[in-house]
Design a protein around this ligand. Structure first.
Ligand code: ADP
Length: 436
């Protein structure tokens, strides 16, 4: 049984305790992080991410609750052990790099070793090796202020690793960087996680970074709101199958615990096709749709069966409706296949034109189905949202909220009712795609 490297049990952190400006920055946080995981603490500014990070680093004692790192509570350490903990168990990089301007790049990296009385020669060898690894060895003898932001952050990463810590913390590490440097630094952190097998815990409010993590803790108002698993990363923490993306069909499964996935799939799609058909017809309709989905009926055969009269055991759907059913069902199945292919062919490195096309197709379909007209400059954001939902980084409720939020607040500014319809429809497509 894999033990967590960090366990946080119900910690509270109160600033200015007992004073008029008393503030609960953490209100009873609990979480577990496993060795070699890449975890993101995600949430808006002020939600308590940094407070949690500093508590984990051993520099901000919680007011109550307990933190265990490798099974030990660092706040019970004596001074000597605490120094050792902060020196060799944890490392950190900051948004603002925190390099010392008067020192050379190499001495900045070696600084933690200077405090540890490591001889100069060894310090230089070790820091040079790291500078080389991160491609800034040419800068070793320059002042840190002569480097670009991206280079400075790479030096800071090298410094954080000089004592070979098991856990690397990063507080908004790319918040001050342009997109190229940001990608480089994120790539380095990924390498540190995968190749050097270190636990990485990154704090950010930037949703773009979420795909890097194994798991994301979404924080809000001093607490973890929920945990989201990255469906594209092989998980270290053991989780139940199907928790990575909660599709409508999985939700249906809670309502119909004895139904097979095929039956649930049919229920979901029939519920989409019609909400105004009598209950007695539904069963027949489900059977017919099931046969069509299984490829046992052609388009024409399907329409014929839909129209078959009640006396002959059919659902007796009027001709016009039957034609609409057939058309809509084919569109849903086509988009569901596109979504499935998008998920199956996704790799973080390459954004292929075919993948972008798939998303564009889904987008057009959702917009058309729900009668939404988007200004061209809003399309990129819509596609981002679709990708995030399809890949399971956000739940349907987040998707709906983002559709509804004003464009200035990272939303799409779509009216509430329409946003609900669009979300509902997308969930249909995703749910169908999951079971293809
Ligand atoms: P985040 O990292 O998510 O932006 P922080 O953990 O920095 O959030 O802060 C959480 C809340 O605690 C904020 O409302 C902040 O104003 C408050 N806070 C942070 N540090 C202090 C402090 N030293 N004294 C009082 N309040 C603080």
């Amino acid at each position: 049984m894999l033990e967590p490297i960090i366990r946080v049990n119900n910690i509270k952190v109160v600033y200015n305790e007992g004073k008029a400006n008393e503030y609960y920055a953490l209100r009873g946080e609990s979480l577990e992080i496993y060795p070699k995981e890449y975890i993101i603490l995600f949430g808006p500014s002020g939600c308590g991410k940094s407070t949690l990070l500093y508590s984990l680093l051993g520099i901000l004692p919680p007011s109550s609750g307990e933190i265990l790192v490798k099974g030990e509570n660092p706040y019970k350490y004596n001074v000597k052990k605490m120094v050792q903990f902060q020196r060799s168990t944890v490392g950190i990089i900051f948004q603002s790099f925190n390099l010392i301007p008067s020192l050379s790049v190499m001495d900045n990296v070696a600084l933690p070793l200077i405090f540890a009385d490591v001889p100069r020669r060894e310090r230089d060898v070790r820091s040079m090796k790291l500078l080389k690894q991160f491609g800034v060895d040419q800068q070793a003898y320059k002042r840190s202020t002569d480097l670009s932001g991206g280079q400075q952050q790479r030096v800071a990463v090298a410094r954080s690793l000089i004592n070979d810590p098991e856990i690397l913390f990063a507080d908004e590490p790319v918040g001050n960087l342009d997109s190229v440097s940001s990608d480089q630094v994120m790539g380095m952190l990924e390498e540190i996680n995968i190749k050097q097998q270190k636990t990485v815990i990154l704090v950010t409010h930037d949703a773009k970074l979420l795909p890097y993590a194994h798991r994301v803790y979404h924080m809000k108002d001093g607490g973890v709101e929920r945990e989201v698993i990255n469906p594209e990363k092989k998980q270290i923490k053991q989780t139940d199958p199907g928790t990575s993306i909660l599709s409508e069909i999985e939700k249906l499964a809670r309502i119909y615990p004895y139904a097979s996935p095929e039956e649930l799939r049919v229920k979901s799609i029939v519920n989409f096709l019609t909400q105004d058909i009598g209950f007695d017809q539904i069963e027949k309709l489900e059977r017919t749709v099931g046969q069509f989905i299984d490829g046992k009926l052609t388009n024409e055969g399907f329409v014929d069966r839909l129209m078959r009269r009640v006396e002959e055991g059919g659902p007796e759907i009027p001709k016009n409706n039957a034609a609409v059913f057939e058309e809509k069902l084919n569109i849903v199945l086509k988009e569901a296949r596109e979504i499935r292919s998008y998920r199956d062919n996704f790799t973080a490195k390459v954004a292929s034109p075919r993948q972008a096309e798939r998303i564009a197709g889904v987008r057009e379909d959702v917009l058309r189905e729900c009668g939404i007209a988007l200004p061209p400059e809003h399309i990129a954001r819509m596609d981002e949202l679709l990708k995030f939902r399809i890949r399971g980084f956000i739940q349907s409720e987040d998707f709906r909220r983002r559709l509804e939020a004003p464009y200035e607040n990272d939303g799409m500014g779509i009216p509430a009712e329409t946003a609900r319809n669009a979300t509902w429809y997308l969930e249909k497509l995703i749910g169908q795609g999951m079971y293809l």
